[in-house]
Write a protein that binds this ligand. Structure first.
Ligand code: 4AD
Length: 456
């Protein structure tokens, strides 16, 4: 179906005076005495294209004024107010009509209401902007890593090992409900893979395999977590960017994370000015200034031990008590980034008991070379570490946790055959989108959110 993107109509002044064909859905329509107006949107632009129908021309347009209807319009591009353009319609064809009960009526709908119709909410300005920002950020992430010689690796989604070891894995099975098995072992032995399998919570372990051959790699795919966390920042299925770098220590991992975040935000601000102005106006006043400010300053760095001291001396009444050894809760993370540093801050060197087995053990015997990036408004968006490269120390950490070493034989081999210092991090893609758009619920930055107790 030959037509031109509405975005191109706005971006190409040479089209003025020419006849074009555009397609789209009716966002609003107005019928006055001599003229009718339709605001058409095809998804390529946040801005709608105005179609002007001169009633004297005798076009059959009544059905084309229905909100939600899809149209093909042929007409001449003409100059409009404020340097914009519109179309003087010569012919209008209704491709798909739309009944009056179309749920997206003109008035502004709440995000909660729109969440009940994930299949339609993309036709609102808010989700039009969110989906485009998502796409532009994804492209920027690839652009950054590709320009720095990283190799894009697709790690398996079905796995036999639970990377984070937190028991948050969804099972993958082809056996339905059955009382035929005496125990778990018998059940899994009879299952598709002959042993227990699940959806991967992280591509890191396989990412390390690739980094130990290709040097610098990144993954960008979905991770799955059966966490019972019904919060505005947790999904059961989220998109995860995980770079892994050989010959790198914790400061290198921190530098990479800061450079990447700054690069993708710059790209976003440059590529999506209309969308960012929209979010600034409707979701977070001062958003653009905040992001410009973020990328023009160094991020803060603080150790976990210092952060605990800052929290204890804050005089704040936190819901979760603060003492050395506790996991930082969102309220703590936000206090550190919003009140103390007032910017993005890396927290490093966490107690080994609250972090994963694979993190490099620090000489103090108490902490590991971990790093989280906390940002104002959201809290943690990145979690990473230098990895334990020493075979014996790694085995000891796994044994301490009662892990089945057999399941990790590939991973352990990497420490036997030419082990090198290395590290990486995981960036939650939806959390990055929340942070860069000011959207406060993670369910509003992914097409179909999957969260505990809800699937569609
Ligand atoms: O801190 P996490 O659990 O780290 C890992 O998975 C490491 N294997 C990463 C690595 O070193 N390669 O998760 C990393 C990030 C978090 O900071 C967060 O942004 C995001 O993934 N994340 C989630 N996002 C949405 N919903 C969830 N349930 C998430 N769990 C983690």
């Amino acid at each position: 179906m030959k037509h031109i993107d509405i975005k191109e109509v706005f971006a190409t002044p040479e089209l003025i005076g020419q006849s074009v064909t555009v397609c789209g859905w009716v966002r609003t329509a107005r019928n006055s005495k001599n003229v009718a107006f339709i605001e058409l949107n095809d998804g390529t632009s946040l801005k709608h294209l105005q179609i002007v129908i001169d009633k004297a021309a005798g076009l059959d347009f009544e059905d084309a004024l229905r909100l939600g209807a899809s149209l093909r319009v042929v007409g001449t591009v003409v100059e409009a107010r404020q340097g914009s353009v519109e179309i003087n319609a010569e012919s209008i064809e209704v491709l798909g009509s739309c009944p009056l009960e179309y749920p997206l009526q003109k008035k502004r709908h709440t995000l909660e209401f729109l969440r009940t119709m994930p299949h339609l909410r993309g036709r609102t300005n808010t989700f039009n902007a969110v989906w485009r920002v998502r796409s532009v950020l994804a492209a920027a992430i690839h652009k950054y890593f590709q320009s720095q010689n990283y190799v894009y690796i697709n790690t398996p989604l079905i796995t036999g090992s639970d990377c984070e070891g937190a028991g948050e894995m969804f099972n993958v099975t082809t056996i339905g409900y059955s009382t035929d098995y005496k125990n778990e072992e018998e059940y899994y032995a009879d299952d598709f893979f002959g042993k227990r399998a699940g959806l991967s919570v992280s591509g890191q372990l396989e990412g390390e395999v690739a980094a130990m051959a290709m040097g610098k790699i990144y993954t960008f795919g979905p991770s799955f977590r059966a966490e019972n966390s019904n919060t505005p920042k947790h999904l059961a299925e989220f998109w995860h960017i995980e770079p892994e770098v050989a010959f790198a220590e914790l400061p290198d991992v921190i530098e990479l994370a800061e450079n990447m975040i700054k690069f993708v935000i710059r790209e976003l601000l440059d590529t999506c000015p209309d969308e960012m102005k929209f979010f600034d106006a409707h979701f977070e006043n001062g958003l653009i200034e905040r992001l410009e400010d973020l990328i023009s300053h160094d991020f803060g760095v603080v150790t976990y031990t210092e952060a605990i001291k800052l929290l204890q001396e804050s005089g704040e009444n936190f819901v979760y008590p603060v003492e050395w050894g506790c996991d930082l809760q969102t309220e703590h993370e936000r206090y550190i980034s919003e009140k103390v540093f007032k910017k993005a801050v890396f927290v490093t060197d966490y107690p080994k008991e609250i972090k994963s087995f694979y993190m490099k053990q620090n000489p103090d015997g108490k902490t590991v070379a971990a790093v989280d990036l906390l940002v104002p408004g959201v809290g943690e968006i990145i979690g990473g570490s230098e990895r334990e490269a020493d075979y014996d120390k790694l085995v000891a950490a796994m044994e301490e946790r009662g892990m089945n070493l057999e399941l990790y034989s590939d991973y352990l081999d990497l420490r036997r055959y030419g082990s090198v210092p290395h590290g990486g991090f995981g960036l939650g893609f939806e959390r990055l989108i929340m942070y860069t758009t000011g959207m406060s619920n993670i369910r509003d930055v992914i097409l179909y959110p999957r969260a505990v107790g809800s699937i569609r």
